[in-house]
Each structure stands twice: as C-alpha cells, then as structure tokens.
Design a protein around this ligand. Structure first.
Ligand code: TXA
Ligand code: MG
Length: 333
C-alpha cells in the first residue's frame, strides 16, 4: 500500500497522533525540513525509522519535544542550555546534552548524549501535543539523498516504505536545524551549521548574564556528529561547486550540464536553475533542496552549483555546508 498523504484537518491530526501512539511512522512538516516521526521512547517504533530510511544505526536521531519542560524529562540540562532553550525554542535549534535513562539506546546510537529540538511548525506542534509523546524524527528522506521540504518530496522517496505523510506545504527555513552541544561552563560547539549561528547563541547567553564561548572545530569526542558524515544530502547527478558561475563558464556549458545560480540570471534556459529570484539568502535556503531535486530529475550529466557568499552569515554557512556534502558523494547511483 503506498503512503497516504493527509491534509492537515483536525480529524486527520487526531488520526495521525493515534498512529504515533501505536508505534507507527508519520512524516510531518517542520519549519526546517520534513521529519520522519516515531514515538521516541518506543524502541521498536524507532527501529522502523532506520529501516524505512535505510539509515545506518550509528547515526543517532533528534528527539522533538514541545517545550523545555518536556526536554528536561529526557536530558540533563545545565543553566547555559536552559537559557539557550528559553531564548531559541521553539525554532531551528537542536541541543546535544547528556541523556537520561529513559531515552532508549537506539535513539542515541548507544551514546550518552541526546539531541533535542522544539520545532516551531504549528503542525509538528499539534502532533506533539495530541500524541503527548516525544517524537524522534530525522529528515524524511532515504539516507544520503537530498532532504525533503515538501510532502511530495517525502512521497517520492519513502512513499512505498511508510503509510502516513502529513502535508503542511513547503518548509519555511529549508535547511536543517543548527546542532549545538552546550557544556555546563557555556562552551558551545556547533556540530552542524543552520539558520542560527554560534555567535547568536553566545549573545543569548551573554544577555542572560552568562559567560560562554564558541569552540571551533569538530568535537574531540568520538560522538558521531553530522559533520562527520561527509557524504550526505546528495543528488544522483555529479555536482561541483563554484563561488560564481562566470559568463565564460556559462557559454562553455553544454546542454547536458545543469547550472544552478544563487540568483536568477537574466537569460534562462532548460539547463538553468536558481535558488532565489533576487539573491536573498532566506529564499535561497528555502528553495535549496527543491532546486537540487529539480535539477537532479532533469537527467543532466553533471551540475555546477554556485555557493552562497562567504560573508553571508549563518544561513550562507548552512547552505555551503550542505552543498559541500552534496558534492562529496559524486556519481552515487
Ligand atoms: O531540522 C532538523 O534538525 C530536522 C528536522 C526534522 O527536525 N532533522 C534532521 O535530522 O535534520 P537528521 O536526519 O539530520 O538527523 C539528525 C542528525 C544526525 O545526523 C545525527 O548525527 C545528529 O543529528 N545527532 C543526533 N543525536 C546526536 C548526538 N547525541 N550527538 C551529536 N549529533 C547527534
Ligand atoms: Mg538528514
């Protein structure tokens, strides 16, 4: 039976909340990307996520909760983490903290930390509320492929492997949450860049009268963070990144080469794509995965993609991070 796509009516939301309570999987919209949700405290339900996505079991899941209170039932919060949660939740921010016993090992891949996020999307929040459960939810795509930002993206990837998809339209932000670990002394380590930057987090701490600092580089611990998965988010078409697609590059490109611009160029054609009409970063992030998927569906021999400006702050860093990892798995079939 192929997946059913549900309109977000009150009746359907109740039905989907009940499915989650029974241990079934529900693909749900969040403000970042669609997530594949399951009852986070039910090991068998979580196992279904790994099977449906073909996700290796050493890649831990993010647990979604409605608020700080629900989060504190699952992890040991320090004061710095509490301040940050109060400031940035609900929103595109995931905190990595020491887990409590109640969180099953399958969620954390056996590690002693858990990743927690309170999503802002009203439909994700409805499902959290109606089910009364913490929901483990990685992106609702087959492992390694481009993340989904519409219900149709989810259906194309997982339609034959799951039963329920909640349609909430296109995701507003378009790139996954910032993942940050927070130590008791206020050391912040950004494990995956997203819409919220390390310096914004630090400013949040400082405003509350707490000191802190943003640590550079990958975690020294053996924690498998998304930053370590260099091959990710990849279209099937080989992809290269360039800071700017020049006029010369454009005239040299054959019809079998897709060119993806940050900003819509003057003359467009079958092989020309763009992330944003006016070169705005929020719009580029919002369209990033949809455009990569569109170009990938066009059966081009290769794609050349413009990176976001280096000076563009957190969103540009997040976009370039995803593009770099998309390029890392060239020629994947
Ligand atoms: O915006 C998002 O974060 C979306 C939506 C659905 O909330 N979720 C998402 O999940 O992007 P995904 O598929 O990227 O998987 C979660 C990532 C994994 O790559 C994993 O490495 C990292 O979070 N993660 C989970 N638990 C962790 C932990 N304890 N320590 C470090 N990284 C962790
Ligand atoms: Mg993912």
């Amino acid at each position: 039976m192929p997946a059913r796509v549900y309109a977000p009516t009150p009746r359907n939301l109740r039905l989907l909340a009940a499915a989650l309570q029974r241990g079934e999987l529900v693909a749900m919209p969040t403000e970042t990307v669609y997530g594949l949700a399951a009852h986070a405290l039910d090991t068998r339900a979580c196992r279904r996520i790994f099977t449906a996505k073909r996700r290796p079991d050493h890649d831990p899941l993010i647990v979604h909760i409605s608020d700080l209170r629900a989060a504190e039932a699952l992890a040991e919060f320090n004061e710095a983490a509490r301040v940050i949660a109060r400031h940035f939740w609900p929103g595109p921010l995931t905190l990595v903290l020491p887990k409590k016993k109640i969180v099953p090992g399958i969620v954390t891949s056996g590690q002693d930390t858990v990743a927690l996020r309170s999503p802002a999307h009203p439909l994700a929040r409805r499902l959290l509320k109606l089910s009364g459960l913490p929901l483990a939810a990685p992106s609702a795509n087959l492992f390694g492929y481009v993340s989904p930002t519409t219900a149709e993206h989810v259906r194309l990837g997982l339609g034959a492997r799951i039963k329920h998809i909640l349609d909430g339209g296109a995701c507003r932000v378009g790139v996954e949450s910032t993942i940050v670990s927070v130590s008791a002394s206020g050391e912040l380590r950004v494990l995956r860049p997203g819409a919220i930057s390390g310096s914004e987090l630090l400013a949040g701490l400082n405003r509350a009268g707490l000191k802190g600092r943003v640590m550079k580089g990958k975690s020294p611990s053996p924690v498998l963070s998304p930053g370590l998965l260099d091959q990710h988010y990849s279209p099937h078409t080989p992809l290269t990144i360039t800071p700017r697609i020049t006029a010369a590059q454009r005239s040299a490109a054959e019809a079998n080469t897709a060119l993806i611009f940050q900003r819509k160029p003057k003359n467009v054609g079958e092989n020309i794509f763009w992330f944003s009409a006016g070169g705005e970063l929020p719009e580029a992030a919002h369209n990033l995965y949809a455009e990569l998927r569109l170009a990938d569906a066009g059966k081009f021999a290769r794609m050349i993609v413009e990176g976001a400006p280096r000076s563009g702050g957190a969103l540009a860093a997040a976009i370039n991070d995803r593009l770099n990892r998309a390029a890392g798995k060239r020629g994947r079939k």
